[in-house]
Ligand binder design. Structure first.
Ligand code: GRG
Length: 295
């Protein structure tokens, strides 16, 4: 039976938006500026891929969406913070994100830094308030998110990316950046979803393999889309990598090889889902969508 991904994604996005709205202080809570700035970027129209993967992983392990929801929202808060900070003049200096002016363009640099900081902190508050499970305590969940977003993963990727600017790097160095900057948080979404279903250790291992491969494929496709799509299609400035002479998969191994590599990684991700059979239908459809997406 075919899987209606469009309807599934619409339903998941509505659930995630409802939960984020419930968890975050409203715009009128003092100081209103910071809450407006946090909500501005959080509700600017992101694809919600990380939280959708979290919910789908929970489903694959027989869990309930409501148990995974705070963890899914926590990852989206971390992701949004990283985008706000990445867009700052001191980082990628971008004016356009999620189809709108970037956070610092609307609220100024100071508030944008603080909105990112507040979203990062909010993420840990959400995990701390979530339920712990028999196999996965609160401590395990917090550690999972801290590791993926800390100086060995997400930040490490960003540092290596900054330090690679204007320099020729090898495919191995680029892989190091992509694994940390992108794959780590995607993989963390999947793992947290599985943990919220009190998954077994073999299930966690299989979904880690899935998350890692999908995460790497996601960034390779992102590199390709930066070249092939327009800013309007992407909702962010297109062609930036080329303009900044940034190393990407297409610039190092070529466009055809990059697409092939993303396909091979997605195949590996599919293979990791085999033990889950029909319960992994949503995860499989998401991985397929991430490979074929046009934004
Ligand atoms: C900690 C400052 C700081 C940065 C961390 C994540 C990151 C490093 C920088 C963001 C810029 C970037 C190109 C990250 C790679 C991950 C990626 C492709 C982000 C875009 O994700 P999508 O396409 O975005 O899921 P939406 O807007 O749909 O959520």
């Amino acid at each position: 039976m075919s899987f209606d991904l469009a309807t599934y994604l619409e339903r998941q996005a509505a659930l995630i938006n409802w939960a984020l709205d419930k968890y975050l202080p409203s715009e009128s809570v003092k100081p209103a500026t910071i809450h407006r700035a946090m909500r501005y970027s959080l509700f600017a129209g992101g694809k919600r891929m990380r939280p959708a993967l979290c919910l789908a992983a929970a489903e694959a392990c027989g869990g309930k969406p409501m148990s995974a929801l705070p963890l899914a929202c926590a990852v989206e808060c971390i992701h949004t913070y990283s985008l706000i900070h990445d867009d700052l003049p001191a980082m990628d200096n971008d004016d356009f994100r999620r189809g709108k002016p970037t956070n610092h363009k609307v609220f100024g640099e100071g508030i944008a830094v603080l909105a990112g900081d507040a979203l990062l902190t909010q993420a840990f508050e959400l995990v701390a308030k979530a339920k712990g499970w028999k196999r996965y305590s609160h401590q395990t969940l917090v550690l999972e998110l801290a590791r993926a977003s800390g100086s060995l993963e997400l930040i490490a990727g960003q540092v290596a990316d900054l330090e690679a600017e204007g320099r020729k790097i090898t495919a191995a160095e680029l892989k190091f950046i992509h694994e940390r900057k992108t794959s780590a948080l995607l993989c963390c979404s999947v793992r947290l979803g599985a943990m919220s279903a009190n998954c077994t250790p073999p299930e966690l291992r299989a979904l880690t393999e899935f998350g890692y491969n999908v995460g790497l494929a996601f960034q390779i496709i992102d590199d390709i889309l930066d070249i092939t799509q327009t800013s309007q299609q992407l909702g962010k400035t297109a062609g930036k990598d080329l303009a900044a002479q940034k190393a990407t998969y297409p610039s190092i191994i070529g466009m055809k090889e990059s697409r092939l590599l993303a396909q091979q990684l997605t195949e590996k991700a599919f293979a990791a889902l085999r033990p889950f059979r029909a319960r992994a239908r949503a995860l499989e459809a998401l991985a397929h969508y991430l490979l074929e997406r046009d934004k």
